[in-house]
Design a protein around this ligand. Structure first.
Ligand code: AMP
Length: 316
């Protein structure tokens, strides 16, 4: 077997990203040093659909209770390194418009010296999610997972402000790049989102998903344009992690179904919306941890009901 092209495990998803202690304030409450991080939200979301293998680093101060929470959801932590030092910390707040996080503090801590070294079990995952993290680390992961069936990336304005050219390099090498509207505007230089998505395709992205918070998400590739609404949530607590949870539902469904055709992508967008709606109903990934299959299925069905209408009789 050629080690750079290992045989893939069809349903397994590799996620590399941040595992963090988040301090967040929203108009509805606050949390101090709660479990957070892009890879955490993704894992608790995608884990409802397919096996997830997490690669990240935490410090010696990372509470055992969080590790146990991952294990309870059967997330494979063999790639979660513990390094001397402190765990990554993020402090942010949301104002009443809730559209985007205002970062108050980012402490990279153990992530400053982290270089993911993937074991065979990680390289063999058919699906790869490069959660929000330094784009140089995302490129290091891509170099080790060449030939994966589907690779998807996410990012954040923090990295666009510091390493836009590397973020674009990632976007060129993955199959789908996820961005929220603010990030899509910042990276493309376009204000209108349809144009921003087009500009990112022109820059070399194969497909982009622009996440628009309570206004849903837009998928754009050279061939496809598809939109999904957000599931209407009335008990929003904390928007943190909505994007990563969307990604978890999206990639989770593709891995579970084993399909990447246009219809599956549309289904995956609906699964993404359903998972994002759960994430924001609590601080930390708490709702994702305890949601049941029936509840998730009902949200996907509701999204379908909200978006389908009879076309035939309309033009009689
Ligand atoms: P989202 O709300 O989906 O954009 O993701 C929020 C998560 O990203 C939080 O739980 C943070 O811990 C994490 N995060 C914030 N800033 C960064 C950063 N610069 N690099 C990696 N992860 C970050």
């Amino acid at each position: 077997m050629n080690p750079s092209q290992p045989e893939r495990v069809a349903r397994d998803i590799l996620v590399v990203g941040s595992v963090a202690l988040d301090s967040v304030r929203t108009p509805f409450g606050m949390a101090e040093e709660a479990l957070g991080g892009s890879a955490s939200y993704f894992s608790f979301s995608a884990g409802h659909y397919a096996p997830v293998r997490l690669v990240a680093v935490v410090g010696e101060d990372f509470p055992a209770v969080h590790r146990e929470a991952f294990e309870r959801r059967s997330v494979d932590l063999s790639g979660l390194e513990t390094a001397p030092g402190r765990t990554f910390r993020w402090r942010g707040e949301y104002h009443i418009e809730l559209g985007h996080a205002h970062t108050l503090e980012t402490q990279l801590n153990v992530f400053s010296d982290f270089h993911p070294r993937l074991a065979d079990v990680h390289r063999r995952c058919a699906f790869v999610f490069l959660a929000n993290i330094d784009p140089d680390l995302q490129l290091e992961v891509l170099a080790q997972t060449r030939g994966a069936r589907l690779a998807v990336s996410d990012t954040m304005n923090y990295w666009i402000a510091r390493k836009a050219d590397r973020v674009i390099e990632v976007l060129r090498r993955v199959d789908v790049a996820l961005l929220n509207e603010e990030e899509a505007r910042a990276l493309s230089g376009e204000t209108q989102l349809v144009r921003a998505a087009q500009r990112l395709i022109d820059l070399g992205a194969r497909a982009v998903i622009v996440k628009k918070g309570e206004h849903g998400a837009l998928y754009r590739s050279a061939e496809e344009l598809f939109v999904t609404p957000a599931y209407p949530v009335s008990g929003l607590q904390d928007p943190t992690g909505a994007g990563d949870s969307f990604a978890g539902g999206f990639l989770g469904w593709l891995a579970r179904s084993g399909r990447t055709d246009p219809q599956a992508l549309r289904q995956a967008m609906a699964c993404g919306s359903a998972m994002a709606s759960l994430a924001i109903e609590a601080f930390s990934p708490a709702r994702l941890m305890d949601a049941g299959t029936a509840e998730i299925t009902e949200r996907v069905r509701a999204i379908h009901r909200m978006t389908s209408f009879e076309l035939e009789s309309l033009f009689d």
